[in-house]
Ligand binder design. Structure first.
Ligand code: ZN
Length: 400
């Protein structure tokens, strides 16, 4: 049906591909950064060109002697990224350097189950194929909003994904797209997106806190995702912030997520509207019959005191948890992302003030805390980054 995805033959070729993923360069420049003799380097590059993984790209400007030939990732390589959220699907197709060539997004309820949701994702990719963006894929990466056994490519007891427990997501999508496929938690792929194309481009150790329907944290150590022993590292939404707090979707009480996930914020917003604490939210509630995080953001932008109070309370709780994480992990950067992060500068200011006040100066002295600038593309770019790590590697791959 399709050619088998071609992979590098050894660790040198794999390392060269991962360098070229960040953009084409001259043989001389590659020679400066890899630990290979000039002749061995040329042998490996010529082999990558022969395999169809790389291609020549003209001559570089002279550095004093003969002009060095430029090499780049083959122009026809394509990866697919699928980012499945609790309420939306994003799919994108990138080239071999992970530049987005096409991106589609639509609302989708994760509760409809894996059959419906994965079919829809594959259909959206089919649309991009019909638009001429690809015929064959070298690989696909998928993010889902729950805990994932990375080795098996299946979600494991995901609290907000009924019907998905141990569903063979990797196998299903891999068979439909006829290419190697990997599955990870959506927060991890967002962190990889920031590492590849966002604010974390030059940061090796950082945290990405996603505040959406759920709350989670992507942990990047030495430029790689840290998943922990079973894949649940960074599941900070269920850290208890108050013994007497509200009941959470996980069955415990007082979890961070039960205070400030999307559902919790909507619930609090309704309470504030009904108590007369916010004329703006009361009016929205009367019209729509329900409130969302977007309504809170809109109210806060109008200077509504009730809405700003809700954001400050939530930001303070996130800040409390984050201050502990910063003391423990000493990251070089913290990125706040996800739907609720669209609450913007009021949220960021509150989180910053708690973290800077509570963590030790040595940990926070050089610690920027910022809002993601990639928005909805972080997940899909990260998903392609994840699968490209596999395809641009010489390790034997256990997936399909
Ligand atoms: Zn919980």
């Amino acid at each position: 049906m399709k050619r088998t995805t071609i992979r590098p033959e050894n660790a040198h070729q794999a390392a060269l591909l991962r360098l070229l993923r960040d953009g084409g360069r001259s043989r001389a420049e590659l020679g400066d950064v890899v630990d290979l003799s000039r002749s061995k380097l040329n042998v490996e590059l010529d082999r990558l060109i022969e395999l169809g993984l790389a291609e020549p790209d003209g001559l570089a400007a002279s550095r004093g002697g003969r002009r060095s030939g430029r090499v780049r990732i083959a122009r026809d390589i394509r990866f697919a990224g699928i980012d499945i959220g609790a309420t939306s699907i994003d799919v994108a197709v990138t080239n071999g350097e992970l530049e987005v060539l096409g991106h589609l997004s639509e609302p989708c309820d994760i509760k409809e189950g894996p059959g419906v949701v994965l079919d829809r994702a594959i259909e959206l990719l089919g649309k991009l194929s019909r638009d001429g963006l690809f015929t064959d894929l070298s690989g696909a990466g998928i993010g889902v909003p729950g805990p994932v056994s990375f080795a098996e490519g299946v979600p494991v007891v995901p609290p907000i994904m009924p019907g998905w427990d141990r569903y063979p997501v990797r196998e299903t999508v891999g068979q439909a797209l006829c290419c190697p496929t990997v599955v990870d938690n959506d927060v991890n792929i967002m962190a990889l997106g920031e590492l590849h194309a966002g604010l974390a481009r030059h940061v090796e150790d950082f945290l990405l806190v996603k505040i959406g329907t759920g709350i989670g944290c992507g942990i990047v150590v030495g430029g790689k995702i840290y998943r922990g022993v079973s894949g649940s590292a960074g599941d900070i939404g269920h850290i208890r912030v108050d013994d007497l707090g509200p009941v959470c979707s996980c069955g415990n009480s007082g979890c961070l997520e039960a205070y400030f996930g999307g559902a919790a914020l909507a619930r609090e917003a309704v309470a504030v509207a009904r108590s007369g604490g916010s004329p703006y939210l009361a009016e929205r509630l009367a019209v729509a019959g329900t409130l969302t995080a977007e309504d809170v953001a809109a109210a806060a932008a109008q200077g509504d005191a009730g809405a700003i109070g809700l954001i400050r309370d939530g930001g303070r709780r996130v800040g409390q948890v984050l201050a502990s994480l910063v003391s423990f992990f000493n990251p070089g950067l913290v990125i706040i992302a996800g739907g609720v992060a669209k609450l913007g500068h009021v949220l960021l200011a509150e989180i910053r003030s708690v973290v800077y006040r509570r963590s030790l100066p040595l940990a926070t002295g050089n610690l920027p805390i910022v809002l993601s600038e990639l928005g909805d593309t972080a997940g899909v770019i990260g998903a392609t980054r994840l699968i490209s790590d596999h395809v641009y590697s010489d390790h034997v791959y256990s997936g399909n």
